[in-house]
Design a binder for this molecule. Structure first.
Ligand code: PGA
Length: 236
């Protein structure tokens, strides 16, 4: 595991974008595992800039996102599909048909999880998986619990996650209580993992994930078992 510390969010974002761009330049048909949340927004901004400058081509890239709220369609402004369109997809030359997220409107979320895992497997796994980390140590929406869950699956969101995400909704009551998240199987199956965390509020969970015991109560700690992980931390 490589740990990199940056003085600023901007420096971390530029470096994360460079790492992703390097994967795409080496393999134009790369499969990118992408994440939502406030942390990767700067990374996406730099990827868009590289595209606009003509140094990055998304035309043959495929993306698979980590998660989606259950009950929100892709046109809902707080859906993660909408987030990805807004921050990345509609600004670059990616083929919309090659951008995948779990379907939050699927009638059977368990079956949707299996379909999604099959999709990721058929793609050969992700070449690089971008991750944020929750204050509770979650990756995707794999919340602290008694076990690491392998398949993509529906989850009840932790009260702290609902509270943290309420800032994006008109009120906490509007935050969906459930989501579908890529499980640890597909995350750990990535060829390379890049986890980003920013700000002192994430420092303790970042350190626990990087150096603490590997336990499902700190879901990101499982990454210590992955052979190619970079964890980036921005001080400010
Ligand atoms: P954040 O969320 O980037 O908005 O802090 C990270 C996460 O919950 O994974």
């Amino acid at each position: 595991m490589k740990i990199q510390t940056f003085a600023s969010y901007e420096d971390m974002s530029r470096s994360a974008a460079e790492a992703i761009a390097a994967v795409v330049r080496a393999k134009p048909t790369a499969v990118l595992g992408l994440a939502t949340g406030s942390t990767p927004i700067g990374t996406y901004r730099h990827l868009v800039r590289m595209y606009q400058e003509g140094t990055l081509d998304f035309s043959r890239v495929t993306t698979v996102n980590l998660d989606e709220y259950i009950g929100l369609s892709g046109t809902h402004e707080q859906s993660y599909r909408y987030f990805m369109e807004d921050h990345l997809f509609r600004h670059v030359n990616i083929d919309p048909a090659r951008t995948f997220l779990p379907d939050g409107m699927a009638p059977d979320p368990v079956a949707e999880g299996h379909r999604y895992d099959q999709l990721v497997a058929d793609l050969g796994g992700t070449d690089i998986q971008l991750l944020g980390i929750g204050f509770d140590g979650h990756i995707g929406f794999n919340e602290p619990c008694g076990e690491f869950v392998k398949p993509t699956h529906p989850v009840d969101l932790d009260p702290s996650t609902i509270q943290a995400n309420a800032r994006f909704f008109a009120s906490e009551a509007e935050v969906p209580r459930r989501a579908i998240t890529m499980g640890m199987g597909a995350i750990m199956g990535a060829h390379r993992v890049l986890l980003l965390a920013s700000g002192q509020g994430k420092k303790a969970v970042f350190d626990a994930s990087a150096n603490g015991p590997i336990v499902p109560q700190v879901p990101a700690s499982i990454l210590q078992l992955h052979p190619d992980v970079t964890m980036m931390f921005a001080e400010g």
